[in-house]
Design a protein around this ligand. Structure first.
Ligand code: ZN
Length: 179
């Protein structure tokens, strides 16, 4: 005689209680630490420390008339797989294999820079290192990663490209203080 359906449901509920990763709606793999994410104004998210650094960088850029538009930040493994499949089929831009992209760690950000001769790109190249960001993929001028420990700050009086910077006029009130 088969189990009545109710007994199966109770059994399933018990299994879900004992193994949280199997419960419907449980995110990620059991035992894996969840990345603490912060959503940026445009809707993309980054790991908390990277997001804070990006917001500071964004404010610094804005104070100089440059807007940093984010086209992609944190991606789930599923999203990365989708982009990778599209890339392999020749339908989308280059994308790393799932598991090999720092977008999945929430530390990589794609900024709409156009090409390497736009004000946005030039600003990033000259200033991103001050905020712990640097470009890591030679063929992708839009892809920047937050690597504060291995990204050296420029020497006093020069920018991230090693060029001498002339002293700026005092910062405008909008860019000072806390926000
Ligand atoms: Zn990217």
């Amino acid at each position: 005689m088969p189990f009545p359906p109710l007994r199966w449901k109770l059994l399933l509920a018990l299994v879900c209680l004992l193994v949280p990763g199997l419960a419907p709606g449980a995110g990620g793999k059991p035992g894996r630490k969840k990345t603490p994410l912060v959503t940026l104004p445009g809707g993309s998210a980054l790991r908390r420390d990277a997001a804070k650094a990006f917001e500071r960088m964004s404010a610094a850029a804005r104070a100089e008339g440059v807007w940093l538009w984010v086209s992609s930040g944190y991606r789930t493994r599923k999203q990365q797989r989708f982009l990778y499949e599209r890339y392999k089929q020749g339908l989308g831009p280059r994308a790393a294999r799932p598991g090999q992209s720092n977008h999945q760690r929430g530390t990589a950000v794609d900024v709409s820079v156009g090409h390497e001769d736009t004000p946005t790109y030039r600003w990033l190249a000259a200033n991103a290192c001050r905020h712990g960001f640097r470009r890591t993929v030679p063929s992708e001028p839009w892809h920047w990663e937050y690597r504060p420990r291995t990204t050296p700050k420029p020497a006093q009086g020069s920018n991230c490209l090693g060029q001498a910077v002339t002293p700026q006029e005092p910062p405008r009130t909008a860019s000072s203080g806390q926000s």
